[in-house]
Design a protein around this ligand. Sequence first.
Ligand code: FAD
Ligand code: MEZ
Length: 591
Amino acid sequence: MKLKYLASAVAVMMLTSGSAIAKNDLASFHTEMGDCQTCHVTGKMKDIKKSMTDSQTHENAQCQDCHGSYADLVNDKLEFDPHASHLGDINCTSCHTGHAKPELTCNNCHNFEMEMPFADAKEKKKWDGDWNQDKIQKAIDKGPVETVDVIVVGGGSAGFNAAISAKMAGANVVLFEKAPYTGGNSMLAAGGINAVGTPQQKAKGIEDSVDWYAEDAMKGGRYKNDPKLVQILAEESAGAVAWLESLGANMDDLKRSGGARVERTHRPSGGASVGPHIIDTLRVAAKERDIPVRVNSRIEKIVLNDDKSVAGVVVHGRHSGYNMVAADSVVLATGGYGMNKQMVAYYRPTMKDMTSSNNVTATGDGVLLAKEIGASMTDIDWVQAHPTIGKDSRILISETVRGVGAIMVNTDGQRFISELTTRDRASDAILKQKDQYAWLVFDEQLVEKKKMVRGYEHLGMLSKANTIEELAKITGMKDLPKTAADYNKYQASGKDEAFGREDMPINLTKAPFYAVKVAPGIHHTMGGVAVDTDANVLNLQSWKMDGLFAAGEVTGGLHGHNRLGGNAIAETVVFGRKAGENAAKHALEKK
Ligand code: FAD
Ligand code: MEZ
């Protein structure tokens, strides 16, 4: 697939730059128009490195000064803009590298044929390869180059929520993010955030309770969850949605997720994906509060004082190299390890060859950082497969698609389980089918309700036909017409006689009809760093580690052996806020 929008954005860049002479790299092309100062703070070679921040703030401002923002470049002409669908307003230099081959960020998950300018430039050595213990030690020996109250490690939802909360509690905060952009797995979240007792539920007349929320999470987690953490999640979930709204988010759409007894998954009105919307909101909220967010900055060590209290971290910056930054509180918000093949092979060998829905950022750094200084782990070997990852791709087909009405059938077109069962059961059931994959089948009614499905079509993932019979023919699902007719009968009577599906919002009657091939893949790492109810990290004796906090997917305990859809984003907000507030309190008390 060609990404026309990128090509057109590039064409605009070239035209607005006044020349279209092909050069070997972006920097050489720009020096045709001026000296190095066109992009950098200074034109003097010897001072350029010193003047560059890891986020390349000045260089990015220069790009936008000449070319306009990405939004200006695409000029709202695109139906699908990757920056709107999940990346948001990220730095130009995330992809366009001055002196080296551009980085095809999209292709970390997709397989686009992208026409990136200067693609033939020389490849540069990766700056964030192995962790260099000598350089880490030298940075510690040199002492801190900067001191703050709270350091937040990781710029996903948990990290942003922690940073904003710490700042609002009066602390001086800095957030470090190893990737060239913030967002992590959070910016990929599609389905929504679970909450009970919200005005949205009330407006729809949905009866729910904190007890039901907690019971569903415990049942979904096979009763292996820490009930104290679950209770907090349930009790504070409505506050989490209200907090996001107070920062500017919209969470007005409601749907039901697998394992939940009622509709409690909140998402932006119109059914847009929840993650990018939340991340955009949090990015703006952090900016408005002057919280430094430093990308291209990987934390490689948590430094302790002799008494084992937190002294700070060693950060490895893309341009600044290795430095120690001091703080009395550190919040780990580094996400899970779903993209770390070695860790999956070690902790969950049966899943080592599975595809993953995760962002490339999910490499389990927080687990390694915390283990190294004596933290305890909870349920570290529990990894969740999501049943519906696009077969032969890494693109998640959101649980929403089933929640809103799709049926799931095997390669013969027969249903084999309630579509609303929990993920572990759905994944196991698919793996028992012939060829170990399944199809989701739905009609135009669903597409009208869920805009995100158009995105799957745009990505070429959907088979489409004007009748169910034709769809059966092109996909080889011989029994699909009978399955659809039976399902329509169950839907009309409100009773699924085949598998007891509890909620059948729509039938299969409105053309065109669609099918998408799905298979299970790694989606969530339930286990991680052990924490208490105040987000303190616990050591091997289950004592609080002085000054170390954690929140989000890096932690274990909340979800037990199986997470329910919508509970992870709720976790990042509820416990991210808690970690930030308690980290601020701890640091301010130490002053
Ligand atoms: P992340 O969002 O992954 O952020 C961690 C950040 O830390 C990353 O940006 C990473 O680069 C950074 N980092 C890591 N190591 C370092 C280091 N050493 N130094 C500096 N920075 C570092 N959950 C739901 O509840 N609802 C959904 O609808 C939903 N949909 C999902 C869809 C997809 C495709 C995926 C993959 C997950 C989905 N989830 C959903 C799960 C949920 O998105 C994640 O569990 C959650 O977002 C994790 O948030 P986090 O802040 O803990 O970590
Ligand atoms: O919580 C999730 O991971 C989720 C709701 C994912 C999805 O299928 O959309």
